[in-house]
Design a protein around this ligand. Structure first.
Ligand code: CO8
Length: 257
């Protein structure tokens, strides 16, 4: 399938999606949202893919929602059409998903990066929620996911002032897991994704599910949920293989990759 706003390919067992609207710094319009949803669904369904990387260009991961597209929207159209509602499907991708961020990740771009399971940033990355400067506020999860990632003080600072934070501050704040030089970004993200894809896919997907549930459940319910998933993995051949390989001092060869 070919896309108008994305480049989609596989590298080994990694599905790589490159946002590709260079003329608009990868601003997220409705075509891109639909295409990203379709590409993620295709990777989720593809047994040859064990993890996904989403990236942009060197200058911009994505400079936010497409301001030119949404400028003329009114409330009734926005409400009846559930404007931005489709992004929940993007966030719902089931396989592990890494954002590789270089340059601007602003507004919806920062929110898209936060929909991924973790963010690897280049030293040039700049994160922000500048919606306030446009007379609006975050609408794709920024007010909910940013506070969970960086805490209330930093989230309020970014959302209320609209300022950008650089990669070093983002790493200090816990928004990104690694910062690397720009020329190493894609290799670093692909390497991490390939590593994840070499493990048992049911284990990786359940681990992702459990970590994400931690944001929504009480500790007691989260621990119970985790334990049930953990116990269920003992029904897989990959648990037998992983533990047998450890005991035999050899590399595990997981069946459900
Ligand atoms: N929407 C549409 N077009 C954009 C956007 C955008 N968000 N960002 C940049 N562009 C376009 C510019 O209009 C310009 O096009 P043209 O050449 O036709 O004028 C081109 O991309 C290049 O941009 P600049 O010339 O501005 O490049 P600079 O290097 O000078 O500046 C900046 C880069 C600082 C990133 C600047 O472009 C900028 O401030 N962009 C807007 C950032 C912003 O406010 N983002 C938040 C948008 S609101 C939002 O995301 C709401 C989230 C809630 C829902 C999300 C749903 C998807």
């Amino acid at each position: 399938m070919s896309y108008e706003t994305l480049l989609v390919e596989t590298r080994g067992r990694v599905g790589l999606i490159t946002l590709n609207r260079p003329q608009a710094l990868n601003a997220l319009n409705s075509v891109l949202m639909r295409e990203l949803d379709a590409a993620l669904k295709a990777f989720d369904a593809d047994k040859a893919v064990g993890a996904i990387v989403i990236t942009g260009s060197e200058k911009a991961f994505a400079a936010g929602a497409d301001i030119k597209e949404m400028q003329a929207l009114d409330f009734v159209d926005s409400y009846l059409g559930d404007f931005l509602g489709g992004w929940e499907h993007v966030a719902g991708a089931r396989k592990p998903m890494i954002a590789a961020v270089s340059g601007f990740a602003l507004g919806g771009g920062c929110e898209l990066a936060m929909m991924c399971d973790f963010i690897i940033a280049s030293e040039t990355a700049k994160f922000g929620q500048p919606e306030i400067t446009l007379g609006v506020m975050p609408g794709m999860g920024g007010s909910q996911r940013l506070i969970r990632a960086v805490g209330k003080a930093k989230a309020m600072d970014l959302i209320l002032t609209g300022r950008m934070m650089d990669a070093a501050e983002a790493e200090r704040s816990g928004l990104v897991s690694r910062v690397v030089p720009p020329e190493k970004l894609l290799d670093e993200a692909l390497g991490a994704a390939e590593k994840i894809a070499s493990f048992s896919l049911p284990a990786a997907m359940m681990a992702k599910e459990a970590v994400n549930r931690a944001l929504e459940l009480t500790l007691a319910e989260g621990l119970r949920f985790e334990r049930r998933l953990f116990q269920s993995l003992f029904a897989t051949e990959d648990q037998k293989e992983g533990m047998a390989a450890f005991v035999a001092k050899r590399k595990a060869d997981f069946k459900h990759k």
